[in-house]
Design a protein around this ligand. Sequence first.
Ligand code: NAI
Length: 332
Amino acid sequence: MRIAVFSAKPYDETFLKRANATRHHELSFFDARLNVDTAALAQGFDGVCAFVNDHLDADVLTLLHEGGTRLVALRSAGFNHVDLAAAERLGITVARVPAYSPHAVAEHAVALILSLNRMTFRAHSRVRDGNFSLDGLLGFDLYGKTVGVVGTGQIGLIFADIMHGFGCRILASDPFINPDAKTFVEYVPLETLYAEADIISLHCPLTPETDHLIDSEAITRMKPGVMLINTGRGRVVDTQAVMHGLKSGHIGYLGLDVYEEEDQLFFEDLSYKVIDDDQFMRLTTFHNVLITGHQAFFTNEALTNIAQTTLNNIDAFENGSGELHRVVMDQS
Ligand code: NAI
């Protein structure tokens, strides 16, 4: 099949070409994000391959459909950026990579926790500067602390396992109890999780129910000094509310790998440009905030799996056989 790959970075090209080596698909790589202005690039292609910050709303899907697109192969697990109703109406199949390395994301969430707790990013700068003072670097033992896991799917359960290994008590909130959850995972109402957790980590998808789940009301119900970690999706957290929480000291630490306005920023080198997102720039000024640019998934294993599953989806769509990880409406 002829596939237009959008938001293609050099690493995407490397891994997708490697996975395609034994197949026959014609892959064309476009650095551009997919949106109404760039959808014409896909003219004449059978499918598009898209990532998390590509826009697949009804207008874009209509343009793609007019250009001959029949398949949207997502290189992500999340699909909140696709208008599934429009895709269904237009007869466009949407496929995703349901799991590529839940370990990568869970481990990154833990990396944020460890870095924030012991301020290793600040310590590194200090030591390079010949400043060996420990003031401001005081951490706490993870052992014995309570960790709240919001969303106990594949990533949330692995995260819970790792934190349990540190000797933490694990509370969880999820509309569905995962039968794979170990006995140490205590499912509790969200209220209880907010009230008792020293660290809260978000591993739920972005849905209408989780949109701004962490708002000012939720924050006031959390323990003063709580550490909040978001590697899920940016809009699960109301950034304004979190900024107020940081200013008042109610939130003691914030670790973000995702941000609600990230599509204007992440995955690009903007170091030579003026960033006009004042909210984001304010966030970066807090000493107790650590932000990474949606890199939790970014491991060798994950990129290998993403490329292979994406091409398997394309094979399965083309041949009408094999496993096609199709996204259907009301899936969450
Ligand atoms: P999953 O589908 O295995 O698990 C999601 C869990 O969230 C499910 O158990 C579901 O019942 C639960 N959930 C749904 N609504 C909820 C709510 N209102 N409150 C609490 N829990 C709720 O998904 P997986 O693979 O564990 O991924 C979780 C999320 O992580 C993805 O949806 C995606 O947004 C994000 N992600 C982030 C990456 C990154 O690089 N930062 C990479 C991959 C995924």
